[in-house]
Write a protein of this length. Sequence first.
Length: 284
Amino acid sequence: MGAPMARRLLAAGHQVTVWNRDLSKAEVLVSDGAVIAQTAAAAAKGCDIVFTMLSDGNAVDAVLFDSGVAEALVEAAIVVDSSSISPPIAKDHSARLKALGMAHVDAPVSGGVVGAQAGTLAIMAGGDADVIDGLADVFAALGRVTHVGPSGSGQICKLANQQIVAITIGAVAEAMMLAEAGGASREKFREAIRGGFAESRILELHGARMVTRNFVPGGPSKFQLKDLDAVKAMADLFSLELPLTEQVRREFCDFVAAGGGDTDHSGLLLHLEAMNAAKSEGGK
């Protein structure tokens, strides 16, 4: 996600310095005009705006506060964290940066690699409204930004988004299995319901993956599970019962435990197929 977002910013005329723990992932952006930094702190030095797009809250914490990024930032710099992390961690980062004189926006995104490449990401921004408004030109290169509330609100909205994504993936997978079991073509079933009430980006993109059985990861299942675990933590904190989310979380947990962690999250279909195959074998 980070690379196509960086390309969008470069194409919009912004000066972009990039860093990645795997230097080869940063080097591919040189031909687009990016400057390579050897360390995270070097990438942040002198910058007015710093984007982070990392795997989890621990990684963001390590980059911001353990690798010298916070110390390298200029006064009144803005950190935009587009990672998907726990809302309490985002709030903590915001408070710590504010104490150092910097602003923080938690701005996770939805739309996948396709949306990042096209500049059509849905950006859920939590933080100070004036700061977010001041970033309008920057966000415009990436997609559509919505200020959803104070610090941490962007992350809670991303978790809610991931609930919908996971449950819908499960629903599409189960529906395809049912249609095929009844003698219908999965491909034609998907084609038939497009444009009806069941239409969604999940049906469009991940439904196609299920038909062609292309599960090369855009969004690895291990990250989907990470987000669902974070949803459970928030549900427990708020004393909420979310039975649909909990069921699909258990299925992703089993899928990842069985070795599907690096498979695209649409590959949950494989887990459901295996479950039914085992049941069929057991009934013989």
